[in-house]
Design a protein around this ligand. Structure first.
Ligand code: ATP
Length: 229
C-alpha cells in the first residue's frame, strides 16, 4: 500500500474530488474530520487546551470555540506552536490507525486529504504521490462568493492570507484542474485513479508485511515445537 496526499486551496474543489474518489470505492482519510475528533469534549487534547488557553476558549456547550482559538493563534506564533504540539500527536496517531486499518483491508493506496499538505513542508515526505486540486484564481473567487455569501473584498482578503494556489502547482506530482465543469473533473479523477490503481507502488509494503508475518509464524512454530519436546 502507498499513501497519496491530496490538497488544494480554499474552495478549489477538494471535497468535490474526494466525493468522486469515495464513490469509486477509494480509501480516504480526512485530516479535518480527525482534527475535530481529537479535541472533542472529554479528550486529553481538549483538557490540555483548556489548561493552556483558559475556559474563555469554550462555547457554552463545552466544545472549543474554533473561531476564538483561530484568532488567538493567528496573531501569536508561540501559541500556534503550543496548540500544534497539543493537537498534532493525536492527529498523527489517528491517521496512522486509520491507515493501518485500510492496509489490513487490502487497499492498494490510501488518500490523505490534508488542507495544508504543501504548506506543512514535512507531510509530503510520507506521500508516494501528491495531488493538487487546482482551480484558477478567478473561478475560485466566484465559487467562494457563491458558497459563502461573503463580499468580493472579504473573499480576496481570505485568499490573500493563504499560499497562492498557483505556487503549489510545481510542488504536486498530479494536478486535477477543477476550473471547468464537474464532468471534466470526474474524467480527470477517473484517469488518476486508474493510474494509481495499476501502479505497483503498493508491492514493497505488502512484501515487507508478508515477510514479517511469515517470520512471526516460523518463530511461533519453532517455539511451540520446543515446548512440546
Ligand atoms: N467543477 C465545479 N463546477 C461548479 N462548481 C463547483 C465545481 N467544483 C466545486 N464547485 C463548487 O465550489 C464550491 C467549493 O467546492 P468544494 O467544497 O469541493 O471545495 P473545497 O476545496 O473542499 O473547499 P474548502 O476547503 O474551502 O471547504 C462548492 O460550492 C462546490 O459546489
Amino acid at each position: 500500500m502507498f499513501l497519496v496526499g491530496l490538497s488544494g486551496g480554499i474552495a478549489s474543489g477538494k471535497s468535490t474530488v474526494v466525493s468522486i474518489l469515495r464513490g469509486l470505492g477509494c480509501a480516504v482519510i480526512d485530516a479535518d474530520v480527525i482534527a475535530r475528533q481529537v479535541v472533542q469534549v472529554g479528550t486529553p487534547a481538549h483538557s490540555q487546551i483548556i489548561f493552556h488557553f483558559g475556559e474563555e476558549v469554550l462555547l457554552k456547550n463545552g466544545e472549543l470555540d474554533r473561531e476564538k482559538i483561530g484568532a488567538i493563534v493567528f496573531s501569536n506564533p508561540e501559541k500556534r506552536a503550543l496548540l500544534n504540539s497539543i493537537t498534532h500527536p493525536p492527529i498523527r496517531r489517528a491517521m496512522l490507525r486509520q491507515t493501518l486499518c485500510y492496509f489490513f483491508l487490502g487497499y492498494k493506496y490510501v488518500i490523505l486529504d490534508i488542507p495544508l499538505l504543501f504548506e506543512s513542508g514535512t507531510m509530503t515526505r510520507y506521500m508516494k504521490h501528491t495531488v493538487l486540486v487546482y482551480c484558477d484564481p478567478q473561478t475560485q473567487v466566484e465559487r467562494l462568493i457563491r458558497r459563502s455569501g461573503l463580499s468580493r473584498e472579504d473573499v480576496q482578503k481570505r485568499l490573500a492570507a493563504q499560499l497562492p494556489i498557483d505556487s503549489k502547482l510545481p510542488l504536486a506530482d498530479h494536478v486535477i484542474d477543477n476550473s471547468g465543469d464537474r464532468e471534466s473533473t470526474r474524467r480527470q479523477v477517473l484517469q488518476l485513479h486508474h493510474r494509481l490503481q495499476s501502479s505497483l507502488g503498493y508491492l514493497p509494503t505488502r512484501i515487507a508485511a508478508l515477510t514479517v508475518g511469515a517470520g512471526l509464524v516460523v518463530l511461533m512454530w519453532s517455539l511451540i515445537r520446543r515446548l512440546w519436546q
